[in-house]
Design a protein around this ligand. Sequence first.
Ligand code: ATP
Length: 350
Amino acid sequence: MAATATQKVAGAMPEGAILAVEHLSMKFGGLIAIGDLSFEAQRGEITALIGPNGAGKTTVFNCITGFYKPTEGMIRMQRKTGEEFLLERMPDFQIPAKAKVARTFQNIRLFSGMTLLENLLVAQHNKLMKASGFTVMGLLGLGGYRKSAAEAKELAQFWLEKADLVDRADDPAGDLSYGAQRRLEIARAMCTGPELLCLDEPAAGLNPRESLALNTLLNDIKDTTGTSILLIEHDMSVVMEISDHVVVLEYGRKIADGTPAEVKADPRVIAAYLGVDDEEVQDVLVEVGDAEVIHELDAEPRPDQAPENSASMLAGPVEETIAQSGDEVAIADPGASKAAQIDRLNEEKR
Ligand SMILES: Nc1ncnc2c1ncn2[C@@H]1O[C@H](COP(=O)(O)OP(=O)(O)OP(=O)(O)O)[C@@H](O)[C@H]1O
């Protein structure tokens, strides 16, 4: 019999974790966007998911929030009540309501013609409809609807204040600056009462002042509500400043996992994150003092075989990819992964 989305799975949830991604894989035809990825997000912490363009970060988010059904693997989420969900088995519309996971997108998705307040009330639509008993009489103010409507407005105002937007409550959302729209999206997500908030590049396109306001809001959410945050971000000032834990992807694989300070000093991360520019990699390796790696890396570059575009690359070793993908195989050069280059050099040193 098929397991249900809330069925307990073998093995306890890792200590303190709200989310455990276990052996997740996602293939698109012959392309392995995520390959055997496992990581955890701790309850009450900010976990950042970073990596070069095309590393698979958004695909992970899409699997967590039910937009994609993973090819393999498990995504376990445990609520404060102890109730456990297998997100990969749930329909996407149930994930916010039952598992209490909310998300924002890379491109802003507000109702730009509606006021800020209206945007936050719409986010609470389900709760209000329930309070109306789904009847016209309910909507007209009988039963608990009136009370719920007042509470919804109060909650919206609470989050407008937190996002430093309360003075603009009656303005159309489309009139806000980019940074303010980002904060409004987060406020809107918080109005749904999430236990896990997934933010896809919230600092994209923000100026330093707006990035600072974003950091303040996210730290405030973490400290005052205990909501756990999973963050995809390219802006390292945001990642290093506010994250408790950082998971680094390259070609759909995890290459590092640790505190911001740990991953920042990891030569594999530096090599992967700096993309295809070998000279830049070496500069940074000099900065972290890994002269030996630099020396060996000098002998290793294979620019003639490097990818032109990371988005077209595969996640794993060629032989593994061929074995997994059947006819529709897109082949990547194993030399393309800079983290793998560092691994090979370390292997040779032993
Ligand atoms: N629906 C899809 N169909 C086919 N390929 C896809 C699909 N979604 C993602 N991909 C591919 O999967 C890989 C990972 O993409 P993804 O968007 O997850 O990367 P990312 O790390 O979020 O990149 P970025 O930082 O540029 O947003 C890419 O090669 C991408 O082209």
